[in-house]
Design a protein around this ligand. Structure first.
Ligand code: GSH
Length: 210
């Protein structure tokens, strides 16, 4: 059976978890507590030497790191992968955009604002810098989503799941969703797609397997 190693609350872990739910792909969820450092334990490093989550182990025992690479693997030959060659490249374009212009800034700003609020004051200058760094990407995304329902013309795909992972929780990183009306409309449309489950339900007993 496919195994997903993941932690609670993570937008990156949420991506393959949501994709497998939406594809009806059975999987075993193995929770790793990163706040306790379990991702650096000897046992976990034997599974994923990079010591991070998410990590996907295929039914055949192959390991895949990087949330967006997992989406690519899971989506092959499914409705979440665009049929058109140029649109597949466009999906990749937005997945790289997410990992270079959004996630590296929204994720730590959210972590030290919401997940570890005890460190918010000590990291205030870093949070402000991450917020400033995320702004151009968020405005670019908002412009892209004007007059569109989903990231790609052909419809809902792994590009949406990749971008949604952290963008839908941008308020937890100190942004206001009202400042990004097209993102707000799109995020709402994503929650209406078949089989959608919210990030908050990752790890709840009912979601342990699709
Ligand atoms: N680019 C990677 C990011 C992986 C990553 O940094 N994961 C975080 C949780 S979201 C983690 O494991 N942090 C703990 C650590 O770095 O020790 C992905 O998309 O999968």
């Amino acid at each position: 059976m496919t195994k997903l190693y993941a932690c609670l609350g993570s937008g990156n872990c949420f991506k393959p978890w949501l994709a497998m739910h939406q594809l009806g792909q059975p999987f075993e969820l193995i929770l790793i507590d990163v706040l306790k450092g379990e991702q650096k334990s000897r046992a976990y490093l034997e599974i994923n030497p990079l010591g991070v989550v998410p990590y996907l182990e295929t039914a055949e025992g192959r390991g895949i790191g990087e949330s967006n690479a997992m989406l690519w693997y899971l989506a092959e030959n499914t409705h979440l992968m665009p049929a058109d060659r140029a649109e597949r490249a466009e999906a990749l374009q937005w997945m790289f955009f997410e990992q270079s212009k959004l996630e590296p800034f929204i994720s730590p700003a959210r972590f030290f604002s919401t997940i570890r609020p005890d460190q918010r004051d000590a990291r205030a200058a870093d949070i402000a810098r991450w917020q400033t760094s995320a702004e151009p990407g968020l405005f670019r995304l908002d412009a892209h989503l004007q007059n569109r329902r989903f990231m790609l013309t052909s419809g809902y795909s792994i590009a949406d799941i990749a971008v949604f992972g952290y963008v839908h929780v941008l308020e937890e990183a100190g942004f206001k969703m009202a400042d990004f009306p097209a993102i707000k409309r799109w995020a709402s449309a994503v929650t209406q797609t078949d089989g959608f489950r919210p990030l908050a339900s990752l790890g709840s007993p009912a979601s342990k397997a699709a």
